[in-house]
Design a protein around this ligand. Structure first.
Ligand code: UGA
Length: 434
């Protein structure tokens, strides 16, 4: 099958590479010529384990190419994926400018009928709107069918998730289009759910909102556990053993970040509101998440009285491990707050320092070496559970710092391990070790 993918961000690039890996002829299109040049040199524009190897392999096999010209990229395409960003507008709603631009580019350049598949996360009703936009602007009366095919991959394990997903959701108007897309995806060997457009669009928002709810729920339980002397990790293990609940997404911490959960939860609240439904439950999920980032700083203030001139080693900047992505990372809220409170911050991250320099305007020193961050620090704040931090021998803290005080926003260490160490330790939803 000849496939074009518009957008080479996380979703677009991984989709393009994966579709070429299962045997399709794929051209990825991006309006940014610099990105395309990099990709044509075999360099992915994002950091994602396993992606570059697959990319090079399929480029060599002539199944995968990149272009900034829509006319070239869309030539002969039977299926066209739209995988561009839908960032959050100031009011919380999804900004569809890029999706609409991609639709206009398709209309202006398509030379044969095709199925247009929207992979971007878009509000319910968008597929319908985009189909009308393309078909009314298409040249020579060429008409397209539209399909919704939401993406469920996670950053940091995008390749793994694409080949081992739990389901592929295909929303269409016609059974024929659904059959074609089922065929396209067959080599993945993943169960396919064929449904209507609106339900497919909703499945994506509902899934992310539900996962965010699980996180905020366990974070609230953590906050109550702290007051009652219980250990939230034990509670989550006990809850997760019930198969109806499931053990994933019950890790308490300083809250969720990233380019998806904050954006999609806000968009769903907005979407519901537009249809006169007050989604109170989800509003609380968002509120709990925002507050969760501040709670640990309150604990630091309670411990030290003031953070003025305290040297604080922040371990981790990325919103989660295995990515250099800082979008909506708790670091972006917590670090400026620490600086505002007069602290002297040195931040460690193995790969996100470059991105942090671009987005964090607060005066902060950076390092890619944990030891350097710890040296001379009055206390440690763990923001990202990087393997280098999780696997670290706790004696490193006591060897490097005069009086090691650790505030762990990701519950990286077992309380057993901590009780055998010389560190003063505060975590989320678990008894402190003083
Ligand atoms: C999320 C979803 O997991 C994907 O299924 C979805 O496709 C993606 O959004 C998207 O909409 O594109 P992602 O944002 O890459 O993926 O990251 P997750 O691994 O889900 O983590 C999100 C945040 O939740 C992170 O900040 C993480 O630290 C936090 N988290 C996750 C917790 O605090 N506790 C948990 O138990 C799990």
């Amino acid at each position: 099958m000849r496939i074009a993918v518009i957008g080479t961000g996380y979703v677009g690039l991984v989709t393009g590479v994966a579709l070429s890996e299962i045997g399709h002829a794929v051209t990825c299109i991006d309006i940014d010529p610099k990105k395309v040049e990099k990709l044509n040199h075999g360099e992915p524009t994002i950091y994602e384990p396993g992606l570059q190897e697959l990319m090079l392999k399929n480029m060599e096999a002539h199944r995968l190419s990149f272009t900034s010209k829509h006319e070239t990229g869309l030539e002969g395409a039977q299926v066209v994926y739209i995988a561009v960003g839908t960032p959050r507008r100031p009011d919380g709603s999804a900004n569809l400018d890029y999706v609409e631009q991609a639709a206009r580019d398709i209309a202006g350049n398509l030379s044969r009928p095709a199925i247009v598949v929207i992979k971007s996360t878009v509000p319910v009703g968008t597929n319908d709107h985009i189909k009308r936009l393309i078909n009314s602007a298409a040249k020579d009366g060429i008409q397209v069918e539209i399909a919704s095919n939401p993406e469920f991959l996670r950053e940091g394990s995008a390749v793994e998730d694409t080949f081992n997903g739990d389901r592929i959701v295909i929303g269409t108007e016609s059974p024929a289009a659904a059959d074609v897309l089922e065929e396209v995806n067959r080599p993945f060997g993943i169960p396919v759910l064929k449904t209507d457009l609106a339900s497919s669009e909703m499945i994506k928002y509902a899934s992310n909102a539900f996962l965010a709810t699980k996180i905020s729920f366990i974070n609230e339980i953590a906050n109550i556990c702290e007051k009652l002397g219980a250990n939230v990790d034990e509670v989550a293990t006990g809850m997760g053993m019930d198969r109806r609940i499931g053990s994933s997404f019950l890790k308490a911490g300083i809250g969720y970040g990233g380019s998806c959960f904050p954006k999609d939860t806000n968009a769903l609240v907005q979407l519901a509101g537009n249809h006169h439904h007050d989604f109170n439950l989800l509003k609380s999920v968002i509120e709990v998440n925002n507050h969760q980032q501040v709670l640990l700083i309150e604990k630091m203030l309670a411990r030290f009285g003031s953070l003025k001139e305290k040297r604080i080693a922040v371990l981790g900047l990325a919103f989660k491990p295995n990515t250099d992505d800082l979008r909506e990372s708790p670091a972006l809220v917590m670090i400026p707050k620490l600086v505002e409170l007069g602290a002297d911050v040195i931040a460690y991250d193995p790969i996100a320092v470059k991105n942090a320099r671009k987005v964090l305007s607060a005066p902060v020193a950076y390092t890619e070496n944990v030891g350097e961050a710890l040296r001379g620090a009055d206390c440690v704040l763990i923001i990202t559970d990087w393997p280098a931090v999780k696997k670290m021998d706790l004696s490193t803290y006591s060897r490097t710092m005069n009086h090691p005080v650790v505030f762990d926003g990701r519950n990286c260490y077992s309380l057993d391990e901590v009780s055998r160490s010389k560190i003063e330790y505060y975590s989320i939803g678990r008894p402190s070790h003083i």
